[in-house]
Write a protein that binds this ligand. Sequence first.
Ligand code: HMG
Ligand code: MG
Length: 302
Amino acid sequence: MDAVRLVEVGARDGLQNEPRSLPVATRVALVERLVEAGLRTLEVGAFVSPRWVPQMAGSDEVVRQLGRRPGVTYTALVPNLQGLERALAVGCQEVAVFAAASEAFSQRNINCSIAESLERFRPVLARARDAGVKVRGYVSCVLGCPFSGEVPVAEVVRVTRALHELGCYEVSLGDTIGRGTPGHTRALLEACATEVPLDALAGHFHDTYGMAVANVQAALEAGVRVFDSSVSGLGGCPYSPGATGNVATEELVYLFHGLGLSTGVDLPSLVAAGAFVDQALQRPTGSRVARAMSARAGREAA
Ligand code: HMG
Ligand code: MG
């Protein structure tokens, strides 16, 4: 059976945007449940300034407590060398740097221009290579910016290529504000694939306009096989009013299994992991699949 690879970002992208911060023990317990459900690549924290993103304070302790597990990769964001050193100190096997295709977003998110960010990542990639740590790259605002609106495709292609040339083994294209539609998604991927091999591209869709699953399908049709998602659709975007979280992992597992693609994930266990974090955050699930499955289970139990 053909396979897709899911990168579970709930414990990072999801939790960084939830108004309520979760303690380290709960974040570790969430990741452990996600691993039990079958996820094998999980972004579990961010070694960024805790002043900028307080929800990610304690990421060092999260990674330390998770330790290593055969066949499982725990990864975390690093914005600079200081972040990388923190990641190395706790034994991260993989990290991710993050740039944007919009100047305005780059300034608000990491306090520097796109060019400065790429220069900042150069020593990060060199140091990571020496330490035997793989580096993934993100490009934000690939289908629009909350500050400057339209983002030219050529700019997305340029930043994607730059990250790949710097040594990122994979570049994840982020529809940060979840405004893209499938036609644009497909055109964007086709443009990026002219400069970077398709198997080095991943899709990262937020679901603000309800288009994320359709965008994933469009990216799949364009040949992408790696997708980021958050259990229960956790998260939002502090810079984008009304923005919802990442596409829910439950939705992608349901979609891919329906298409005959294997994910390695057990959907009921994933839904249970989502219920665990939703209870901790005191929020309703952001996954329609989870809602449907829970309602059905409740009816059958009655
Ligand atoms: P800055 O203020 O320009 O940094 O922030 P600085 O180098 O001038 O340092 C200022 C202070 O921050 C210093 O402390 C540094 O030590 C400290 P002080 O001397 O004032 O006490 N500092 C750090 N502390 C801990 N860890 C570090 C670190 N670096 C500096 N690594 C900086 C620049 C990049 C640090 C800041 O802007 C930052 O942390 N930004 C992070 C923003 C963020 O995490 N955004 C969310 C993730 S991106 C995203 O969600 C998009 C994505 O999901 C894809 C998509 O959806 O599009 C990936
Ligand atoms: Mg994101």
